[in-house]
Design a protein around this ligand. Sequence first.
Ligand code: ASP
Length: 356
Amino acid sequence: MKSKRISLVLPPILVLLLASPAISQTPKLPNVVVLATGGTIAGAAATDVQAGYTSGQVGVDQLLAAVPQAKKLANLRGEQISNIGSQDMNDEVWLKLARRINELTAMPDVAGVVITHGTDTIEETAYFLNLVVKSRKPVVLTAAMRPSTALSADGPLNFYNAVAVAANKDAAGRGVLVVINDWIHGASSLTKTSTTAVQTFMSPLRGLIGTVAYGDAEWYRGPVGKNTVDSEFSLDGVTTLPRVDIVMAYENVDGALIDAAVAAGAKGVVIAGVGNGNMTKAALDALAAQAKKGIVCVRSSRVTTGNVGRNVEVDDDKLGLVASLDLNPQKSRVLLRLALTRTKDPKQIQRYFVEY
Ligand code: ASP
């Protein structure tokens, strides 16, 4: 009978490699999934030196192919969720994106997720995901201010850095992150501050979560506010989100737009107030009247930085209003929409603004 033992004859070069202690084996790369939604990072222009361009022209496969260096950081595969300018971001895409991230991050072999997005509403999407994604794994949004065809496009390095952060174990448990222009922002803190500058995103009150230079991350802090696995918000059973509108305060503003928002179906109104969430007496009277009818009314501020505190110049306790604290109007709207899936009680909703 023939022996079943297989004699392994290794070629000399392999023997040498295995015997050499100086040569280590390449560690297995983590699996990162890229979900593309569109934006300038996928935008294209007719020439490389013009301001005009169209968002969402390049598909996810082209995006991946444009940054081959990222394949050394992680095993990448892409999915196209949408291909829109983020000025067109909508609930349908949000729900699809959040659900897909929850599916992917539940898979044991997925280490992290990168989402490519437009810069216009990235702070809203990031904060929404921060509240409804149920995973501690890295979920990282990235974007670009210059289209992919531009001279000195910023997208490729932003994408490379986002993949590096998504593949980095130290990114876990810091909430949903936004990586752009070498900075790592928390979803609740970042805001767009320039219409056109590459250095547009700032985290004014809370500061950066970290920085990342050619894939090398440095960490400064953890997340502020409940997020992801600690968030009590969930999309289970949610098919639509309640309407919440933002009304800006300004010199001589009256209550017409507040009433119009409610007439259009808003269940909540956020005021982008002047200063510390202030507005004219006429607007405040209209707001308080709506609050009395059960519309949840939040005072935020059109000022880029600073807190909107309770009962400072406005008696929130008496009028039944909610103060946004350090959430800007667009993020207050996101939190209020999710809050309204659970309660209409302004006191409980104020607690959400304290905790999230
Ligand atoms: N309008 C573009 C968008 O938000 C701007 C950008 O991505 O930079 O999709």
